[in-house]
Design a protein around this ligand. Structure first.
Ligand SMILES: [Fe+2]
Length: 203
């Protein structure tokens, strides 16, 4: 059985940008629901849990055709939420280190990058995510994905993600998704972002 990844901060740690109740419901009801449903589905298939959740995606052809979409949806839901919660922190909000160098090289400046990321997030239709990912050439790419698709499904390695499902912001921001998107930039954990980026570089 897959185990939940604990939240690295308290529910109220992202206040005032994301309220405690939203983080609590998002983690305990939405994220854990994906994890529990994935465990239930795989248990019903008598699966031996030999793969990590990430490995399930690359080996999806080993599972019966009729459950592949469900497995990908639930595994994506787990992976996306774990990265989303890890993308934020009550501290470490200054862009820094090697990821900032790479952003400057590719986008000209951090402000340009931010503008492009926010632009992508604001045009996402329906439920999904805007992510920063690394492609096979080692370059950064900003990508929108629908529902619980992960950039991993497209051969990209996500290092930062913003959950744009309404449950991520509706309690506090209602229809002002744009304000929630701006708030996310006050919460980005650059230490963890650098760590993920560095890990990809050393592979
Ligand atoms: Fe979510």
């Amino acid at each position: 059985m897959y185990k939940p990844k604990p939240l690295k901060y308290e529910y109220d740690a992202l206040e005032p940008y994301i309220d405690s109740e939203t983080v609590n419901i998002h983690y305990n009801k939405h994220y854990l629901n994906y994890l529990n449903k994935l465990n239930d589905l795989l248990t019903n298939l008598n699966y031996d849990f030999k793969y990590t959740i990430f490995e399930l995606i690359g080996n999806i052809s080993e599972f019966p055709l009729e459950v592949r979409d469900d497995i990908l949806f639930l595994a994506g839901g787990v992976i996306n939420h774990e990265l989303y919660f890890d993308s934020m922190s009550p501290k470490n909000h200054e862009p820094s280190s090697i990821i900032l160098d790479k952003i400057n090289k590719q986008y000209g400046s951090y402000d340009n990058f931010k503008k492009e990321f926010i632009g992508n997030a604001n045009v996402l239709v329906g439920s999904g995510y805007t992510s920063l990912a690394v492609n096979k050439e080692g370059d950064l790419i900003i990508i929108n994905t629908s529902n619980q698709d992960s950039p991993l499904f497209y051969g990209l390695k996500p290092i930062l993600t913003l959950d744009l499902w309404e449950h991520a912001y509706y309690l506090k921001y209602r229809n002002r998704k744009d304000l929630y998107i701006d708030a996310f930039f006050k919460l980005i954990d650059f230490d963890s972002l650098n760590n993920r980026y560095e890990k990809i570089q050393t592979k």
